[in-house]
Design a protein around this ligand. Sequence first.
Ligand SMILES: [Zn+2]
Ligand SMILES: [Zn+2]
Length: 293
Amino acid sequence: MLTLTFLGVGNAFAKRNFHSNALVEAWSRGPDHEQEPQDTLLIDFGTTGPLALHQLKDRPGFAYLDADGVADYTRIRHVFITHQHADHIGGLEELAFMNTCVLTRTGASPPFRPRLIVVGDMHQALWDGSLKGGLRVLQGRYAALEDYFCPVALDLRGPEPDAFTLADRYRFVPVPTDHLHVEERFDWPSFGLQMIDAPTGRSVFYTGDSRFDFAAYRRLMADADLCFHEVQLVDQPDPVHALLSELRALPAEIKKKTVLYHYGDDWDSGEFDFVNEEFAGFAKPQQRYVLFD
Ligand SMILES: [Zn+2]
Ligand SMILES: [Zn+2]
């Protein structure tokens, strides 16, 4: 079984929800039968991620994330980064320092290092542009990204693009998304994920941050059992997110299986109540979605 739990469902500026980061758990029998999943993956870990994980560990079914009152980051085995905005990467410094300096489960030495999975050369951009300021030095020495993470870089070029796997069963295939660009589509790296249950071929599509781009996602969304699409509730010219008004134009059968996430704080103003009828609803924070049973 594969499950997905949003740590938060808010956009970059949300204050009533945490940032849109997700915990994916692979189970052999499921959370009703096991205390702890076989394998875990965080899709992004933004600025509010640490607080969200701290809250999640106290929810029923997530006790395995608790280490004597603090979030047990050593339970997070893989982290996939969709792109470099702070609502998707701002929690990585805390995760790195907690693993390295605070949590040394069973006296683990050297400290636990999760796999940090990105596409292409994003590790360099992530380190130089975002992480180095805080993580460059450990007490008494200089440090590098490899001191905190096992970096894994996927290559999407060529006839057999890379993917990664959880529990020897679930395949995660990065999908380039047009979130922001400088001159042309995809010149600033940003990715969503197609998640595939290899034995059955069933799939789920997670957009990551993206403009409305159904032309690019048509096949992925048609094939998927369930889609998680980012949304911006309020219209604006030249948006970098998918406007709700654009998403409403999707075919009805696609909307019915599409959960909307990454939304603003005004989702419950009354103006957007139709979303729960027209779509598979607004994503619910800190609640497990079963992707494949
Ligand atoms: Zn975002
Ligand atoms: Zn973004």
